[in-house]
Design a protein around this ligand. Structure first.
Ligand SMILES: O=C(O)CCC(=O)C(=O)O
Ligand SMILES: [Mn+2]
Length: 194
């Protein structure tokens, strides 16, 4: 399978641009739009409720509770669609995932701001497998101590991005808002909760 290793210091990032075929991706996008219990979560900031700029969902094994961005989420049980995607991703990641965070970017106004996937329950040097269906969005990295180092990769329909090793320790990532009219994008990040 075609893959690219992103040449980033202090990181281990591999990109598979066409991990799922165009036909598979179209079918999986529809299945996820219809078959996932999408939520509009909000976080409290200085006593004010702020809606996350995207819809989210958390699925996984019983007990895989995750605290991120000021939220604590309990997993919904795996669906057939999610188990199919999980098996495909595990075949290259070399890891058995027990949970997945789903993000639904309704258009270019939806986004995720700078962060690292470094919560304690993800453990040391977590492997995170990130799958995209639908519209392509730029995924930007920023090194924590060399902030001018700003590599970026376009996460296209059907792609898989694997982040491993010390990536989360040394780098932040974001999906910035874009002005151009854009369709919907669904992202799945498979994780291991300890
Ligand atoms: O949508 C993406 O590609 C990234 C999502 C992300 O970074 C996260 O949920 O932690
Ligand atoms: Mn992330």
């Amino acid at each position: 399978m075609h893959q690219q290793w992103l040449s980033m210091p202090d990181a281990d990032v591999t990109f598979y641009p066409a991990f799922f075929s165009t036909d598979e991706s179209a079918a999986l996008l529809t299945a996820l739009q219809q078959g996932i219990a999408w939520k509009q979560e909000a976080i409290k900031l200085y006593g004010k409720e702020i809606a996350l700029p995207r819809l989210t969902a958390w699925y996984g094994d019983p007990g895989a509770t995750y605290a991120y961005s000021g939220l604590t989420v309990h997993p919904l049980p795996w669906t057939e669609t999610l188990l199919t995607i999980k098996a495909r991703v595990e075949s290259v990641a070399g890891v058995t995932f027990n949970s997945v965070l789903l993000n639904r970017y309704r258009d270019g106004r939806d986004s995720v701001s700078w962060h690292a996937d470094d919560e304690p329950e993800l453990g040391h040097n977590p492997v995170i497998a990130s799958v995209t269906f639908g519209a392509a969005r730029a995924f930007q990295f920023k090194h924590k101590t060399l902030p001018e180092t700003r590599p970026s990769v376009m996460l296209t329909d059907g792609s898989l991005l694997l982040m491993a090793g010390a990536t989360q320790h040394n780098w932040l990532h974001q999906i910035p808002k874009v002005k151009a009219a854009l369709g919907e994008r669904i992202n799945l990040t498979f994780r291991v909760i300890r």
